[in-house]
Ligand binder design. Structure first.
Ligand SMILES: NC(=O)c1ccc[n+]([C@@H]2O[C@H](COP(=O)([O-])OP(=O)(O)OC[C@H]3O[C@@H](n4cnc5c(N)ncnc54)[C@H](OP(=O)(O)O)[C@@H]3O)[C@@H](O)[C@H]2O)c1
Length: 251
């Protein structure tokens, strides 16, 4: 039984923030394999962005890279305009750009606090705000939060965890607002995932692994698979949810 009629434009298009590396890059590849044209943003890793565009093209898909800092709302608005001009609308927004510094609060420079709030919260809110008017019926917003919204586990995560808690609250409250538009919004909360930002063989790797029930880091591909599910018609009953994908880190 179909639970929802998805739009069938000639081109289904997804926009992924922070898509040149890590979890975002895996999402770009997965959504491209699912049949979306995938636009993605990044800040400075031109080589990785170009390589990703080539990889997607070689696999038969289409990815478009935009150098646009998510904390610059005008730059992001220009990306949305370009994407919408191309496809006549938008089908999926994935807010993946983000990151953070772990440090005891009294040692955490104010600039780092501001930076985490700017990218993990403010940019995510403004990207969502910019995208909503263009999302077609059946459209999806998927945020990449963190299991640290629910469980920190270590000293030093107060501000990062706060920003991801804000993503969870934002997702939940926004869900009702989007129902009349036929849109859902959900929040994927990874545990430790092997990326440049959190390498499994990095300084925190062994300590983190010892706290993960399945005794390994997750892979970006595993997170991307959950994001892919959230874009399907079958996921239409899920909105406002925060979903942990953490190998039992919080179990
Ligand atoms: N890895 C983990 O263990 C883990 C766990 C839980 C949640 N997360 C969350 O998952 C998301 C991705 O993390 P990751 O580990 O994949 O990070 P990553 O490997 O550091 O990759 C970050 C990506 O985001 C882009 N980016 C960073 N700041 C940006 C900005 N201001 N505007 C636009 N793009 C920006 C980067 O672009 P450049 O290449 O140009 O720098 C890069 O493509 C983050 O929200 C993070 O908090 C990660």
């Amino acid at each position: 039984m179909r639970t929802e009629i998805m739009p069938s434009p000639t081109e289904r298009i997804a926009l992924v923030t922070g898509g040149s590396r890590g979890i975002g890059a895996a999402i770009v590849q997965r959504l491209a394999a699912d049949g979306y044209t995938v636009a993605f943003t990044y800040v400075s890793s031109h080589t990785a962005a170009d390589a990703l565009v080539d990889t997607v093209r070689d696999a038969g898909g289409t990815a478009i890279a935009y150098q646009a800092d998510g904390t610059d709302e005008e730059a992001f608005a220009a990306v949305v305009e370009s994407v919408v001009n191309r496809a006549g609308g938008l089908d999926v927004l994935v807010n993946s750009a983000g990151g953070g510094t772990w440090s005891e609060l009294t040692e955490l420079p104010v600039a780092e606090i501001d930076s985490m709030i700017a990218i993990n919260v403010r940019a995510l809110v403004l990207a969502t705000r910019a995208a909503i008017p263009h999302l077609r019926e059946g459209g999806r917003i998927i945020n990449i939060g963190s299991v640290n919204a629910d469980y920190t586990g270590f000293v030093g995560g107060s501000v990062y965890s706060m920003t991801k808690g804000a993503v969870a609250s934002f997702t939940k409250a926004l869900a009702r607002e989007l129902v009349p538009r036929g849109l859902t919004v959900n929040n994927v909360q990874p545990g430790p995932v092997h990326t440049d930002a959190n390498p499994s063989d990095g300084p925190a790797g062994e300590t983190l692994r010892s706290r993960i029930a399945v005794e390994r880091f997750g892979s970006p591909v595993e997170v991307a698979a959950l994001v892919s599910y959230l874009t399907t018609p079958e996921a239409a009953f899920m909105t406002g949810a925060s979903l942990n994908i953490d190998g039992g880190f919080s179990a």
